[in-house]
Design a binder for this molecule. Structure first.
Ligand code: ADP
Length: 386
């Protein structure tokens, strides 16, 4: 695309109006872009920063058609869309970035795994259940993977919903029954040393920008804290960067992708899954990178040059603030205490408070000798402590 046409991209449609779209707001303003958001709820976070809103579920194709009529390009903050339905719009000229082929692939864990294997990227040993297997076939597939194993729904899983660990053969059928014998992914349980993540953006011109590799730590399968950069051997960081570049190229990505990996005990990197959008593991970039992941997504999809991804402080820690089983005023008291922390930025998504819901996050930039584990623990004591 020439510079002249690039300048025409001015209004960006965003499917999904949660916190990821909300955090695009300041970058959109800085880049002089208007965001038009398709989201079901009037009180969804991004409604507050949108130039205008189409109030409709993210999978409502007719609403996306109306969105397309107002926008130069459509991007995603939520991938739980109707890919097949959107194909009709794409055929009529609507530009989706990333493209619908990327979304189709990512929406199904089976397609993801087969893609990783096809392009030679290591991932946990896996197999699938289609739903018509006999008890004997089920047992044979599980035995080939070995126990413990992990059973995952192929579509619409998030934050560990739709993921179950099966400890031994005796739990196999019962666990599959909890999935209503729907098609699932079976995979080896990886006794990982660390979980790592990396963000990568790619422009239509083929420029690629890779962020530093971070360590993510989950509690009850939900991301609790992120350390940037990950404390890993340089060879591991280089491997993560190579994986990110390969994925961006092979997907022919235009936009940004989050990549989640396991680091095995012998420093092998296995890809767990990818997300076709900004990602919780990249929130630290708002305060600790030269270009935030949100600005980068907007740059990539609007044909603006990608920005530098370097850290602007020696290290940073991000802690997710999940809803507590406590009254609302207890949340607000804790927020006030967090505001007193030095070199920290607090993001509160103004969503309804529910136990376990991602309500906000805080990022603290740290000096070279500060202990990131202690910094995260101090934050968590304020938020999650008695
Ligand atoms: P979701 O799509 O719901 O986010 P994930 O596949 O990312 O599900 O799983 C959530 C978490 O569960 C992971 O971050 C990891 O901590 C754990 N997990 C998932 N798969 C495995 C596995 N094969 N081995 C060990 N732990 C796993």
């Amino acid at each position: 695309m020439t510079q002249a046409t690039a300048n025409l991209i001015q209004r960006i449609g965003v499917i999904g109006g949660g916190q990821l779209a909300w955090m695009m707001g300041p970058a959109a303003q800085q880049l002089g872009l208007d965001l038009v958001v398709q989201t079901p709820g009037e009180s969804d976070p991004a409604v507050a920063i949108a130039h205008s809103t189409i109030l409709a579920p993210v999978a409502d194709v007719a609403a996306t058609n109306a969105l397309a009529a107002q926008c130069d390009v459509i991007t995603f903050e939520n991938e739980f869309i109707d890919c097949a339905g959107l194909q009709t719009l794409a055929q009529r000229g609507t530009v989706f970035r990333p493209g619908l082929d990327v979304l189709t692939l990512v929406l199904d864990k089976r397609h993801q795994r087969e893609f990783f294997s096809r392009i030679g990227l290591p991932n946990p040993r896996y197999d699938f259940l289609e739903g018509d297997e006999s008890e004997a076939e089920l047992a044979a597939k599980a035995a080939a993977i070995g126990f413990p194993l992990v059973m995952k729904t192929r579509r619409l899983g998030y934050d560990g919903y739709g993921t179950s660990v099966v400890r031994d053969a005796s739990q196999l059928s019962a666990t599959w029954n909890t999935f209503h014998q729907a098609p699932v992914l079976l995979e080896e349980f990886v006794p990982f040393k660390q979980e790592l993540a990396v963000m990568v953006a790619r422009s239509a011109a083929g420029d690629v920008a890779v962020y530093p590799t971070v360590e993510t730590q989950q509690v009850d399968q939900i991301c609790r804290r992120v350390f940037a950069p990950a404390q890993v051997a340089p060879t591991v960081a280089a491997r993560m960067e190579a994986i990110a570049r390969t994925l961006a190229e092979q997907l022919q990505l235009i936009g940004i992708v989050g990549i989640e990996c396991f680091l095995t005990q012998n420093d092998q990197v296995l890809i767990n899954e990818i997300a076709p959008r900004t990602h919780n593991s990249g929130h630290y970039s708002l305060d600790a990178c030269a270009t935030s992941q949100f600005e980068q997504q907007l740059r990539a999809v609007s044909d603006r040059p990608l920005g530098p991804t370097t850290l602007t402080c020696p290290q940073a820690v991000m802690v997710n603030l999940l809803g507590l089983d406590a009254p609302e005023d207890s949340h607000h008291r804790r927020l006030e205490a967090l505001k007193a922390l030095p070199q920290s930025t607090l993001y509160w998504y103004t969503k309804g408070i529910r136990p376990g819901r991602k309500l906000g996050h805080i990022t603290q930039c740290l000096g070279p000798t500060e202990d990131p584990t202690a910094a995260a623990a101090a934050i968590e004591t304020i938020w999650y402590g008695e």
